[in-house]
Each structure stands twice: as C-alpha cells, then as structure tokens.
Design a protein around this ligand. Structure first.
Ligand code: NAG
Length: 304
C-alpha cells in the first residue's frame, strides 16, 4: 500500500539531519577540492583484456558472507549489531585515512528513511573514487584492523581486501565488478566497495562529467559531488549530492514514500521500521546506547 500523506516526512527528516551534519562538520563540501581528486588520470592504464576468473568468492550458504570466515549465517538478532559495527569501522577507517567514500544503492535508501540500516538487509554498499582505490591498493591491501567494541569481548578484526582486477577499468569484466571489500572476520559479513571512475568512452563523446562503475552504474560528477555530510548508524557519513535523483532513478519514486516494505511498516513517530509480527519485533529491538568502535591498530599511511 502506498501512503502519499507520509511523503514529506522522511525526506524532511533526512534533510534536517543533513543540514545538522553540515553545520557540525569542520569542512563544508567544496567543488574545487573534490574535483582535484579526479585530476590524476587513469584512462588508458591497466590490462587490455578482462580477467578470466572471479576474484571475490561468496560463501556457499549465503551470498553476503565470505566463506573463509563463516560456516553459517548469524542469527537474525545478531546480524544488525554486526552490520552497524561493520559500517562504523569502515567509515571510521576511511575518515582516518583521509580516503573519500560515500554510501550508495540500498544503503543510501536506508539512510533516506531513518539514517539506519534496513532491519531486513544484510548488505552494505559504498563507493570510493579512483585515486582512493589506488591508494588503498598501494598501502592497505590485506591489512587487518582491530577495534575494541563495547560489549564484545576481544573486539573484532576487519580485513581490507582489494580485487587485483580493479585496474581493468571497463564493464567487460563482469566477474569482477566489486573492487574491494571490508570484511568482518568474526562473522564473514562484508561491505562491497566499488570505485567510481571517469567514463572514458562517454567523455570522448563530449560528456565531460561522465562517471561509471564496473557494475554498470553511470553517474554524472554533479550527481555525486560535492558530497554532503550526514550521519548513518550514529556515525558521520558522506552521501551523494543528488541523493533524491539517484534514489528515484534506481528504485523509483515510490521507494521514497511507501511506508510498507519487506514485511515491515515505517513508524513515523519512532522513525523505526517495525516488523509486521510482534514476536519478531521483540527479538529485533535495538538497544538504547550507541556502542562506538575504537580502533586499536595504528594507521601508518594517510592520503592527506
Ligand atoms: C591483495 O592481496 C591478495 C593476497 O595477497 C592478492 O591475491 C591480491 O591480488 C592483492 N590485490 C591487489 C590489488 O594487488
């Protein structure tokens, strides 16, 4: 059922939170500083043929788990807390490195509603710019990052793994559209990282702001930059400039207004997606306090 009266509420909430984020941040987005990141030109670099094999392997039991670190899915009530720490540790690491990243796809849609991961989701999508993926390859491939996490004995270790095929820049490499992953080694859950690159073919035809990802998504520089500051899972995050346009293109306008979705109903007072059945509601209730992760592994190299 589509409820049109609710149309403006979540959007307005998102906007207020962005403006709050903007006011609170030390730096507001700045076109020139952002654009210089695309100055290094990787066009014409990399192999001329796509790889013959897929680099990242998902587990046989679930395509959102890395089988090297898990034999089964987490119980439902443990999944969200793991995902919250997964995105927070990733965002915290990229911020510490000075590496530009932002949320996209389903994660951006979840942000639009209440700045929280959808309770039924188990994947997280982020993007980075091309110089960032080169930096991460050069200094941080296969690095492990330990975090203390309140309430989690021994904390958790996360692995940053870069797909060697990221240097092949075209969509012909259909087996390697994910450029990197941030993997929770305690559960096998991971974040897919895709690099957004200048789209050489479209640029040659005069489309000067054309961007693409190997997963066949196309963007314009003005859709993404300047990035906006907001919060996600109670953590600072960056989101693409034209988030409404991008979300409507990808999911249709109704995805931004329909309050019944995936057996959940969006409660406009609490701003929570409540499960349709009470039993599940109890098991999925979030704890009140926010348990922020604290990095214990030092970072040697920074982008800026
Ligand atoms: C990252 O390291 C792994 C393991 O050594 C390797 O298989 C992979 O090719 C490396 N990625 C890049 C981008 O070099």
């Amino acid at each position: 059922m589509w409820i049109s009266t609710s149309r403006w509420l979540p959007g307005l909430y998102g906007l207020i939170s962005i403006m709050g984020g903007l006011a609170a941040a030390d730096t507001t987005p700045d076109f020139t500083s952002v654009r210089t990141k695309f100055v290094k030109d990787y066009s014409g670099t990399g192999p001329s043929e796509p790889a013959e094999e897929k680099y990242f392997h998902e587990s046989s039991f679930h395509y959102h788990y890395d089988g090297r670190y898990a034999e089964q899915e987490l119980p439902e009530e443990d999944t969200l807390p793991h995902l919250s720490q997964l995105i927070r540790t990733y965002l915290s690491t990229m911020a510490d490195l000075g590496a530009e990243t932002w949320i996209m796809h389903g994660t951006l849609l979840a942000w639009w509603w209440n700045q929280k991961i959808f309770p039924w989701d188990n994947d997280i999508d982020v993007q980075v710019s091309e110089p960032t993926i080169h930096f991460l390859d050069e200094y941080y491939n296969m690095t492990e990052h330990h975090f203390d996490i309140p309430g989690v004995e021994g904390g958790r270790t996360y692995l940053l793994e870069i797909n060697p095929n990221y240097v092949f820049r075209s969509i012909e490499d259909t087996m390697n559209v994910i450029d990197a992953r941030w993997i929770d080694t305690s559960s096998g859950l991971f974040i897919d990282i895709t690099a957004v690159r200048p789209d050489d073919d479209r640029r040659k035809k005069g489309d000067t702001g054309a961007l693409m990802c190997k997963d066949k998504h196309h963007f314009d520089e003005n859709d993404i930059f300047p990035l906006r500051n907001s919060r996600f899972e109670d953590f600072p995050v960056k989101i693409p400039f034209e988030y409404v346009k991008l979300l409507e293109e990808e999911y249709g306008p109704k995805a931004l207004t329909a309050t019944d979705f995936q057996d959940h109903h969006f409660n406009e007072e609490t701003l929570v997606w409540d499960p349709a059945t009470l039993e599940r509601k109890r098991s999925l209730r979030r704890r009140g306090a926010v348990d922020l992760p604290v990095r214990t592994t030092p970072l040697k190299y920074k982008m800026r």
